[in-house]
Design a protein around this ligand. Structure first.
Ligand SMILES: *Cc1c(COP(=O)(O)O)cnc(C)c1O
Length: 379
């Protein structure tokens, strides 16, 4: 059996090596490192894939979130509602812009933001909602968009983990995750579903005026050369990264399919185990692209299991071990009550993410599942 890895970027590279090597060589030869044609072409190709009017590439997924919030004109003191159970980048940029992060709990079956909790958290100062499509599954965008409309709020989708996922609205239309709210953001960090060989990110929107504003912000607030109309940042996707992404984008659906197949095999293997809760997929329209495959271990053995797997050379991860409201940087005793985070407080003790990537084979999955079932016990 091949050595089991949490992510396997090498196997993917072997398949696209010729194309990646050739375009990288070409970029180096013609020295078009920044704003080269590869970046522009990738932007067009991603717009087509996502069926969105504007893609604005940028330096990473954290910048993408920050720039989206700057583009929407959010001002210090504005409250932005997001989830307690996500990677810190989401809340970090809210705090950096001197906006007020308002963390809310997630749904226990999807681990995504709970629309009821959003409604509870709205105040006259609320300006935006940031749903995170966690682990690859789109949040309940029908409800989120309804709440946003009723309360006149912006929606910024943090789509760093769900690129390529679909969402079927109650009107039956299917849209790509990240293109439903006012603006969506993603990360091309190497281990993401669409990853480059360094840092990268992008912002998507169907709003022409917002796209224009954002294009200036990523480039020092310039709309005309050396005229700085707004305070901007320097956030660019470089040409070498765009070349990698251009090789991978046409394969994204195949990559996501491989992840879903691996997830299905895992789920089948754990189905009869009462002590394990497998990820729930809420719709049949490719709504979950399994950035992570996350189990809940229900009999208190999660930490022991992590140790057991590590000792047996099976990598695993805990995403996320500490709720954001309990992090020193984001704690707010006046605002938060532990009772507001029942689900997150529980999840952080139960979740474990298993190896998930496009190169997992059947033997590896069977081996991992058997080890887990044996260790956790079935009753
Ligand atoms: C990875 C990630 C980000 C940040 O992306 P970077 O490219 O690493 O800056 C933001 N939000 C979520 C949910 C992520 O998983």
């Amino acid at each position: 059996m091949k050595k089991i890895q949490m992510v396997d970027l090498k196997g993917q590279y072997e398949e696209i090596k010729e194309q990646v090597d050739a375009s990288m060589q070409e970029i180096i030869e013609n020295t078009s490192f920044i704003n080269g044609p590869e970046v522009h072409q990738f932007q067009k190709e991603l717009e087509e894939y996502l069926e969105v009017k504007h893609v604005i590439p940028c330096a990473n997924g954290t910048d993408a979130l920050q720039i989206a919030m700057m583009g929407l004109g959010l001002k210090p003191g504005d409250e932005v509602i997001t989830v307690d159970f996500t990677f810190a980048a989401t809340v970090e940029v809210i705090a950096l812009l001197n906006l007020t992060p308002v963390l809310v709990d997630v749904e226990s079956h999807t681990y995504n933001i709970d629309p009821k909790e959003i409604e509870r958290a709205i105040t006259p100062k609320t300006k935006a909602i940031v749903p995170v499509h966690l682990f690859g599954q789109t949040a309940n965008m029908d409800e989120i968009m309804r709440i946003a409309k009723e309360n006149n709020l912006f929606v910024i989708e943090d789509n760093a983990q769900a690129i390529g996922a679909n969402y079927r609205s109650s009107d039956k239309s299917i849209k790509k995750a990240g293109t439903i709210g006012d603006v969506g953001t993603t990360s091309f960090f190497p281990s993401k579903n669409l990853g480059c060989y360094g840092d990268g990110g992008a912002i998507f929107t169907n709003d022409d005026a917002l796209a224009h504003t954002i294009r200036g912000i990523v480039n020092h607030g310039m709309y005309e050369r050396y005229h700085h109309d707004v305070v901007g940042v320097n956030s660019r996707l470089d040409s070498l990264q765009a070349a990698v992404l251009r090789a991978k984008l046409p394969r994204l659906d195949i990559y996501n399919e491989a992840r879903k197949e691996a997830a299905f095999k895992y789920t089948t293997a754990f189905e009869k185990n009462k002590n394990i809760i497998t990820p729930e997929v809420v719709s049949d329209c490719d709504t979950h692209v399994f950035h992570q495959y996350t189990l809940r271990i229900m009999n208190g053995k999660r930490d022991a299991l992590v140790k057991h797997l590590q000792e047996n050379n099976v990598p695993c991860g805990i995403y996320y071990p500490i709720p954001l409201h309990a992090q020193k940087a984001y704690a707010d005793a006046e605002r938060y009550d532990e009772a507001d985070f029942k689900v997150t407080n529980q999840l952080v003790k139960e979740v474990i993410a298993l190896p998930m990537h496009t190169e997992l084979d059947e033997d590896q999955i069977r081996y991992i599942a058997k080890m887990i079932n044996n260790f956790v016990g079935k009753d």
